[in-house]
Design a protein around this ligand. Structure first.
Ligand SMILES: [Zn+2]
Length: 164
């Protein structure tokens, strides 16, 4: 089971988000901390990743706020992930889904492939609902679907199916 030291930059972030971590299946194990891990910054010439702090130690997740002037909302790879919480973020569960998304990346699961792999993870009834949402032009990139896809990806990881 993958284990992460999960750092919340501030006590506020921790108190707000830690109660929602149970959304993430127990396959992922966390040691929750307050503070900032050792971080590095990606290519400062890339506007998307400019100023985005990323953990150095393996098995580390960093959740930070807009006091850090980053642009990307999250990144994850090689057993490391960072997630930004913006001032506009009101839905705490959606933020925890963002953490789940990035740690799936961190363990090599294709977390961006929800639509492309719809045929693999959806039940028959979900397929019907998905098609109905599409025909109504309802956005599909929403917590309702993210959660189902991430459950499937987590079970996939648990069963030993590798990343990309
Ligand atoms: Zn992603």
């Amino acid at each position: 089971m993958p284990h992460f030291d999960l750092f919340f930059k501030t006590e506020d972030l921790r108190q707000r988000l830690e109660p929602h971590l149970r959304l993430i299946p127990p396959y992922f194990q966390f040691t929750v901390r307050t503070g900032t891990p050792d971080v590095r910054f990606f290519d400062q010439k890339d506007p998307m990743w400019k100023g985005f702090p990323f953990p150095v130690p393996k098995g580390t997740v960093y959740v930070f706020d807009d006091a850090i002037p980053a642009r990307a909302l999250g990144g994850g790879m090689h057993m490391r992930a960072s997630v930004r919480v913006t001032r506009e973020d009101r839905d705490d569960e959606a933020i925890v889904l963002r953490i789940w998304h990035e740690i799936l990346h961190a363990i090599g699961q294709p977390a961006d492939d929800m639509a492309r792999r719809a045929g693999e993870w959806q039940s028959v009834s979900e397929r019907v609902m998905w098609a109905a949402w599409q025909s109504l032009s309802r956005p599909l990139d929403v917590p309702f679907w993210h959660r189902k896809f991430y459950v499937w990806l987590t079970e996939r990881a648990e069963s030993g199916a590798g990343g990309r």
